[in-house]
Design a protein around this ligand. Structure first.
Ligand code: ATP
Ligand code: MG
Ligand code: MG
Length: 571
């Protein structure tokens, strides 16, 4: 384990390992079970986002570090909201993040719906043992009798219904004799408990709905709080890690496991639930409902819009799995909710890409530069390292010629104080090329600069002996106009201008950044034409860019700006 990412969960796992807590367990096949088994349990009702990525890195990361395993389990107990499309994208996203659910040859991919028979059998047992009853109150009465926080609730008039009658009712519920909401199965615990979750929580409800995997087999479905601990126990989970809002649910988690263990369904030690702080990321929203709103109202261009905090979105934006894992390690695991700054995520990306990304030149806002004394039609080859810290990766070459593209911001007719790029009379170096002196500019009828003129010093070429005689401050990037490749570049920025766009019930649509997407026609170094979709580059001085996975084509690249070189937000 990486000591830098030590956290309280590691402490718990290490103590359990030292005590040999999960040592003697065997699976159904009689084989010994790993001493650490975690799970990632998404509901297949939407796309995963950066918050889920934290949970994935945590659960799969702990399993990896302690030679255990992590199951991928689809918590598909709610028939009306779940779809196969979501199952597929979630599988894809977890794999992309660099994890799998294999243990040796065996794949540990599960669906809660595969346990419906077992969950149903346990419910019948609970009824028989006097731990559950069918309640036939109206939803309104049930709500009223549950009581308010700080005062006891009232027992349902059906609470003491004989077990045999409840069992018969429950079987008829399953057989489809009743309508949705007519009856409900509840655990029999304590209507006066100070913990509302212990006031006879519902465990099975009637839902005449088609399920994406079990079809029309069932019309009763288990409630999440009932199903989840039992799914954990069925899968021999040792450490069941969830977000803080489930802290108050833990007593019921333990209650249901104790009762079913008494019934002989499970052996001890039982799974234990641990809670950690969910990820809140500034300048982002991580509510599935609100993300859906962004998509449905066409505020973004779909789930994989590079501005979305979804895993498909950040992947298309150009984030790497390694940068997400690094981010998850750096933020650690806390027990109190807090906000993590977007710059922490971007910093992890820069640290990952700085080493990996080959360098290239792109001129994003082109202005023509004409070298008056450069021979017409001639070219001279220039060369630059693929990566400045890795000479072993070799060099790239590109021609210089009479007409070049430079950035508009690299010329000022009247320089401001401290400006040392091109202005009449000033000398700069054309990076990897020659030193030039600015001699003037052409303007159109409205006075806009349309071309800049300069002369070059033939003995000043970078890498030659003569170049040392020229001391200039400015060092500009450029591409040869006749050789550069035209490319579409999408300059993405943060989607919101407010660091906490939806905090405290604020309307996040009022905080949309109107400049979160700008599309420019750029000119890039000719060698870039072979770029493959999803390949990342550093465009010198500009930042990290990726060839768009969807729209970039050979010879016709489309780039997304992943992130600028430095954190310039708000400056
Ligand atoms: P829903 O509101 O639909 O329940 P959810 O965000 O809770 O959505 P799930 O599919 O139930 O999504 O989540 C799967 C796992 O991801 C859960 O264990 C949950 O705790 C974890 N998770 C979800 N959001 C975050 C977050 N922001 N930070 C850390 N973990 C998260
Ligand atoms: Mg959930
Ligand atoms: Mg949620």
């Amino acid at each position: 384990p990486n000591p830098a990412s030590s956290n309280f969960l590691r402490g718990i796992i290490e103590a359990d390992l030292a005590a040999g807590k999960h040592e003697k367990r065997v699976g159904k096949d009689g084989q010994p079970l790993p001493t650490v088994i975690t799970r990632f349990p998404p509901e297949p009702n939407g796309y995963l986002h950066i918050g889920h990525a934290k949970s994935i890195c945590l659960n799969f990361g702990l399993a990896r570090d302690y030679a255990g395993r992590c199951n991928l389990r689809f918590d598909d107990t709610n028939p009306t909201k779940e779809e196969q499309e979501y199952v597929d994208t979630i599988i894809d996203s977890v794999k992309w993040l660099g994890f799998d659910w294999k243990d040796g040859d065996k794949e540990h991919l599960y669906f809660a719906s595969d346990y419906f028979d077992q969950l149903y059998a346990m419910a019948e047992y609970l009824i028989t043992a006097g731990h559950a009853y069918v309640d036939s109150q109206s939803a309104d009465d049930m709500q009223k009798n549950r009581g308010n926080f700080g005062e006891a609730g009232k027992n349902s008039p059906f609470r003491d219904r004989p077990a045999a009658e409840s069992l018969d009712m429950f079987r008829r519920m399953k057989a489809g004799e009743f309508k949705d909401g007519e009856h409900i199965l509840r655990a029999k615990i304590d209507m006066a408990s100070p913990n509302m979750n212990m006031r006879d929580p519902a465990i099975y409800r009637i839902r005449h709905a088609h399920h994406h995997r079990t079809g029309d087999k069932w019309c009763v479905y288990p409630m999440y709080d009932y199903a989840h601990p039992l799914e954990d126990a069925i899968e021999n989970i040792t450490h069941s890690i969830c977000t803080l809002e489930f802290q108050d649910h833990r007593p019921f988690y333990d209650w249901i496991l104790e009762r079913t263990a008494e019934g002989g369904f499970f052996n001890k030690p039982l799974p234990h639930q641990y809670e950690f702080a969910r990820l809140n990321l500034t300048y982002a929203i991580t509510s599935k409902r609100k993300l859906l709103q962004l998509v449905e109202e066409n505020i973004v261009d779909g789930w994989d819009d590079p501005r979305m905090p979804t895993i498909v979105g950040i992947r298309r934006r150009g984030f790497t799995p390694e940068s997400i894992q690094l981010f998850a390690e750096r933020i650690g695991v806390a027990k109190v909710d807090s906000w993590i700054d977007m710059s922490t995520l971007e910093g992890a990306l820069r640290d990952d890409l700085d080493e990996k990304a080959p360098r290239a030149i792109a001129v994003l806002r082109p202005l023509k530069l004409i070298i008056d004394n450069f021979p017409e039609g001639e070219t001279v080859e220039c060369s630059a390292p693929v990566h400045p810290h890795h000479p072993e990766r070799g060099n790239r070459t590109f021609p210089i010629s009479k007409e070049l593209w430079i950035e508009q911001e690299d010329f000022m007719e009247v320089p401001s104080k401290g400006y040392f790029r091109l202005f009449p009379g000033n000398k700069v170096r054309l990076r990897y090329g020659y030193v030039v002196e600015c001699v003037g500019a052409d303007k159109d009828a409205d006075g806009n600069i349309i071309a800049v003129h300069c002369t070059y010093f033939p003995d000043s070429k970078s890498g030659t002996e003569g170049s040392a005689n020229y001391k200039v401050k400015g060092n500009l990037h450029w591409v040869s106009a006749a050789h550069a490749l035209e490319a579409e570049v999408r300059l993405y920025d943060r989607l919101f201008t407010d660091a906490q766009p939806d905090a405290g019930g604020k309307d996040f649509k009022l905080a949309l950044n109107p400049n979160s997407k700008e599309i420019v026609k750029a000119f890039v170094e000719p060698g870039v034409s072979a770029v493959q979709p999803d390949e990342k580059l550093q465009f010198e001085r500009h930042g990290y860019f990726v060839a768009d996975r969807v729209d970039s084509k050979a010879g016709k690249p489309v780039f997304n700006r992943v992130v600028t070189l430095k954190d310039g937000w708000g400056k």
